[in-house]
Ligand binder design. Structure first.
Ligand SMILES: C[S@@+](CC[C@H](N)C(=O)[O-])C[C@H]1O[C@@H](n2cnc3c(N)ncnc32)[C@H](O)[C@@H]1O
Length: 257
């Protein structure tokens, strides 16, 4: 530990209003990485299994901390009648609003859709008009989901609970808020950077809490009736050790604070 350093970067301290979505997309998604395409494939197949035999487009979906990433939303698209992108940083909210406008989302997301549409349920939908029709963007704080009575029947949270604060209790609170926003039986996908020490977007540094498969499992288990954690050993940049993808369904427990 740094001598004399007594504080940790908490969620409220990070420069979210300076978050640059275009730089973030350039850094992470403009050239699709194998690991993201693998995640998309795993999510596609998991959701397909979960919704087998369900009425078409019946779920209400949410992507929490959507930021400048459209692939979690695209992965939920064929199953949803409505889909909410909840995001705190204003520049990311503006980015997302452009993606859901009638003009259609950026071509940067096409390689992800190409993987999704290998499965019949995805091939059956026209993604751009459907995104413009059913996806809504809301500026909000993940922590405010706690105690609310809004519930979703399908959810994703990608690189958020672990990538918003250095404080362990904020990581656990982030996971709890996400899981408590899901109704009983709701399928979910959540992704985490493994052992991340923080990340830089343009000229600004953002905090992270170091997690591994055990930490993620412990935080999710009280809320799940079915859980698989995929440890994907691809390092995207120095400062972390790969990615973890958790797939599961929400159980019926009232989760304790
Ligand atoms: C590392 S980025 C991940 C973005 C995107 N989900 C992805 O997969 O690339 C972390 C995201 O969490 C958002 N965020 C940070 N604090 C938040 C909060 N309290 N409530 C909701 N979103 C938050 C940030 O604005 C940012 O978009």
């Amino acid at each position: 530990m740094e001598r004399g350093r007594v504080t940790m970067d908490r969620n409220a301290d990070a420069p979210w209003s300076k978050f640059d979505p275009e730089v973030y997309v350039d850094n992470n998604y403009r050239t699709p990485l194998e690991v993201d395409l693998l995640i998309v494939r795993l999510m596609r197949d998991y959701f397909t299994r979960c919704f087998e035999g369900s009425p078409a487009r019946s779920a209400r979906g949410i992507d929490v901390g959507a930021g400048a990433n459209l692939y979690p939303a695209l992965s939920m698209l064929p199953w949803c009648e409505k889909l909410l992108l909840l995001e705190y940083a204003r520049p990311n909210v503006e980015y997302l609003e452009k993606q859901v406008a009638p003009a259609g989302y950026d071509i940067a997301w096409d390689p992800f859709w190409d993987v999704l549409r290998e499965a019949p349920a995805y091939a059956a939908v026209e993604p751009r008009p459907l995104v413009a029709d059913i996806v809504r963007v809301e500026r909000g704080n993940l922590f405010d989901l706690e105690g609310g009575d809004r519930r979703w029947s399908l959810g994703t949270m990608f690189f958020v609970a672990d990538s918003m604060s250095e404080a362990p209790e904020e990581f656990h609170r982030g996971v709890r808020c996400f899981m408590n926003a899901l109704g009983e039986g709701a399928p979910f996908a959540a992704a985490f950077m493994k052992e991340s020490v923080g990340y830089r977007v343009g000229a600004h540094d953002y905090p992270a809490y170091r997690v591994n498969e055990e930490t993620v499992g412990q935080s999710l288990e009280p809320f799940t009736q079915e859980l698989e954690i995929h440890d994907l050993h691809h390092s995207v940049r120095p400062g972390h050790e790969g990615m973890l993808l958790a797939l599961g369904r929400r159980n019926s427990a009232i989760a304790a604070p």
